[in-house]
Design a protein around this ligand. Sequence first.
Ligand SMILES: Cc1cc2nc3c(=O)[nH]c(=O)nc-3n(C[C@H](O)[C@H](O)[C@H](O)COP(=O)(O)OP(=O)(O)OC[C@H]3O[C@@H](n4cnc5c(N)ncnc54)[C@H](O)[C@@H]3O)c2cc1C
Length: 463
Amino acid sequence: MFISELTRRDMLKTLGFGVGAAALGIGSAEDVARADFVRKEDKTTGQLLDGSQATPCKQLADGSIVRPAANVPKISETDVLVVGGGPAGCCAAIAAARLGVKTTLVERYGHFGGLATGGLVVHILGHWISENGKKIQATQGIGEEMMKRLEGLPNGIVNREFGKNPTLDAEVYKYLLVEMITEANIEVFLHSWASDAIIADAPDPKTGAPVVRGAVLQTKLGPQAIIAKQVVDTTGDGDVFVPAGAAHTQRAYEIGLPYRIGNLDRVNPPKDAKRPRYLGDVTPVAGVKWVNMAGPSLDGVDVKTLSKLELQHRKQIWKQVQEVRNTPGYENVYLMETAPQIGVRITRVIEGDATLTLAEAKAGKKYDDCVGIGGAWHGDHIGWQIPYRSMTPKNVENIITAGRSISAEPLMSDSVRVIPNCWVSGQAAGVAAALAAKSNVLARNVSIPDVQKALLEQKAYLG
Ligand SMILES: Cc1cc2nc3c(=O)[nH]c(=O)nc-3n(C[C@H](O)[C@H](O)[C@H](O)COP(=O)(O)OP(=O)(O)OC[C@H]3O[C@@H](n4cnc5c(N)ncnc54)[C@H](O)[C@@H]3O)c2cc1C
């Protein structure tokens, strides 16, 4: 029986309730959640209604395809809307919610963590910096809290010792993020792909710039709208700030596909045998390693390119693993898992009110609006300040970005994008958005001293 054919009675039976279900406790939190699944029903027949709001596009006589204008149903209204639940977005949402504003987090997949989970990018680089000849950990606040909590979970993280680069487990991190997001009481929409920005009818009277008021999500029920006082775009690809009209540059960068191999604890190479290539790096699980991949520098938002690369990378991975297995002593090694999400490193980057450059970062440039300290994953590990103005696009109001799409020249984006730096900028974006929503000002005009104070209260490190 298809679910749409189930009556409410059948549904209750299917869920394990008898005829006297109400008497057996319908009304508890869990049951209310269950009742949610059956609420769109025809009152007379008891059948589920499809509820789809999608309107078909039309092909015109000249062959062009148009989308007719249609009302978009509103599914939520919130103070801070964070779009994209990767490392930056999760930190942004948690930071905002902890300041007591209504926070909504939207994610296109069914889990949080972005590339750090779905992309199997599990190696935490760049959170150590040299300061006055001393090595210190620049990533504090929610990022450090996450690493600490991963330590408390079985197989959560390895190499947490001072000065080392830890590696986390993608599944444990997915679980931890669910824990932290539910603890913070964040409204969540998964399986929802943001495809458009909502702009206020009138531009800001002072700047004349468009004012972002929310986002439209593509869902199985068609487009749905969320209205927000402040929007944080942490999709990594600017899927909200681009349609909002934000100035940005689009880049081609390496696109790879990491994977994990298993049974490394069952290898038995002959003495003096050559070690095979592609053995990867340590993970928190014994006998399991993760293998990173650089890949070609191409356009990471073009589906034709991504489709080609998926096919190409899967063939390459298969070959690499067979090469390992064909090495005497390594016959038991097997391909456990390829990343479900292709590894796109950099695509669209905003043109912000300030732009980070490698030369200035190395020279230790100071900013009045510093909201975090980033680290480099290679070279001399110099810490650099993240100015709030690198997270606000210069020509659009009420949208902040964080993570890999903040304003930076190409060489600098390579440091901006590592996971700890995304945690740091994410937390800063969440705090700024929450305070802007609370004080009813444009994101650009939020009080920087208040943002810095709130970040310090949330244990962030500002240098
Ligand atoms: C192959 C590879 C290897 C790397 N190696 C390392 C490494 O060793 N160490 C390190 O620290 N960093 C590494 N990085 C960089 C790091 O993984 C990313 O830069 C970092 O995860 C970016 O975080 P983010 O939150 O900005 O974006 P992402 O991690 O990309 O998260 C974006 C989130 O938004 C969601 N999303 C996207 N579009 C939409 C939409 N339209 N609607 C709703 N949701 C959407 C995504 O599903 C995702 O959850 C690597 C990256 C790659 C690709």
